[in-house]
Design a protein around this ligand. Sequence first.
Ligand code: DGI
Ligand code: FE
Ligand code: FE
Length: 204
Amino acid sequence: MEKTQDEKRYEHTLGVTYTAAALAMRYDAPLENAELAGLLHDCAKCMDDNRKIAICEKHRIGMTELEKRNPFLLHAKVGSFLAMDTYKVHNPDIINAILNHTTGRPGMSLLEKIIFVADYIEPNRKQAPSLAEVRKLAFEDLDEALLKILSDTLEYLDASGPEIDPMTRKTYQYYLAEKQEKKREQNKEQNKEKNKEQQHTTEP
Ligand code: DGI
Ligand code: FE
Ligand code: FE
């Protein structure tokens, strides 16, 4: 990575690698997979836009019109291809973590979530709003951190004007719905417990 990335991007890459390792320790994910996915996640980031498009065309990697208009989004797709083709990584979970690290996707694996979150909170990041809060949250509740990152990112994109990949919204909606569903289940359980207690106290 040192050879294919500028200094700042390489620092970011190392930051994501050890932050992903720390999160893997916290959430019991395979450490080496987290480190390797972190190291490779932006391997196509410093590549010229035309080159990213050319790689997609040559290897028949599908591009949406939105991706063609915003080729930086392709660094995730091209990165996952290079991880297999150049770096000979074939673990599908690692490949997916690289592929989905920018927009996320509904139903992410633990490793995908770890890379997505580590990418946002690693120590060299300075600008995102609520960074201190998200950093703390990441080690308390990974899904809450994921949701907060998605909502902050969408808010920032909505305010600053670039085109939004439908997948970014879809991911946010999915995890918001998942949280609401969890809450409903919890309330149901609590009500059941309450009813039981009431029955006990009203029994003769
Ligand atoms: O490659 P990195 O900078 O380390 O991080 P990344 O791959 O997560 O890209 C971060 C940027 O991507 C951030 O500025 C928000 C932006 N982004 C995320 N989803 C979308 C998006 N940009 C556009 N235009 N559309 C999206 O849907
Ligand atoms: Fe990236
Ligand atoms: Fe990154």
